[in-house]
Design a protein around this ligand. Sequence first.
Ligand SMILES: C[S@@+](CC[C@H](N)C(=O)[O-])C[C@H]1O[C@@H](n2cnc3c(N)ncnc32)[C@H](O)[C@@H]1O
Length: 289
Amino acid sequence: MSVRERGIDASQWTSNGQIERDLLLTDADFVRIRELIYQRAGIVLAEHKREMVYSRLAKRLRHHGITRFTDYLSRLERQPDAKEWEAFTNALTTNLTAFFREAHHFPLLAEHIKHKQEPVTIWCSAASTGEEPYSLAMTLLETLGPKASQAKIIATDIDTDALSKARMGIYPQEQVRKLDDARVKRFFQKGTGNHIGLARIRPEVSALVEFLPLNLLAPQWPIKGSFDAIFCRNIMIYFDKDTQAKILKRFAPLMKPDGLLFAGHSENFSYISDAFKLRGQTVYTLAKQ
Ligand SMILES: C[S@@+](CC[C@H](N)C(=O)[O-])C[C@H]1O[C@@H](n2cnc3c(N)ncnc32)[C@H](O)[C@@H]1O
């Protein structure tokens, strides 16, 4: 009787320290998964991500009652338009984020927009579960006061599950407690009753943000410039240099002449594209203004 038939879930450690699995993932399957997610989302999956791939995709196989990855992948490839591609992609993205992550960027943005005459527009291009675009919205409200209501933040991500969470705007209070008290009071509603331990983004913050699905690799982007700022943080590290260069080239015409491009802490665009020049601490401006 197999592990699965006995009703024991997933993995067990064997005497030689190997993980024994109830679903079969071969070397060839892993290579195929890496190729498919690269073609679909540009994500380069490192060799050591095998365990992560197994555990995340195992849920999809179980959902379909399939026991071999090869069968799951063949089924996926036979149906290029299947809904399953979305679930496959969602399963393999990394959504790590936080409110006011890389905090030095927010005062820089505030300084950049505070005297703008026209309504401010920002694109947050890998918005994950919403903490980043909501931090931008809070910054606009703090900087522009009532004028912020004319501003617009377009928040996009490839992962539709992350976007659903983002739209709900409900977070564990633990995550919100890291913000300073004034921000928590002004921008969040504390959950009560069944919602105790949760905090919800206030409507005046969420009103500034529009969430849309967008794959940065797609031939067409369903958005128009020109943006005062583009945030593209902690996503380029998952792409190879060629993909990064292509994306940067497409960002340039979507920016206002004085627009700012914000990158993640371990991302350096200077050597990848001549469209942007470094202005300081992972913030870029157009090379030709
Ligand atoms: C590590 S999170 C970074 C979130 C946020 N920008 C931050 O810095 O906190 C990376 C995000 O990029 C998204 N992503 C991955 N591939 C993508 C693609 N091809 N197009 C758009 N977004 C993508 C993932 O779904 C994930 O939410």
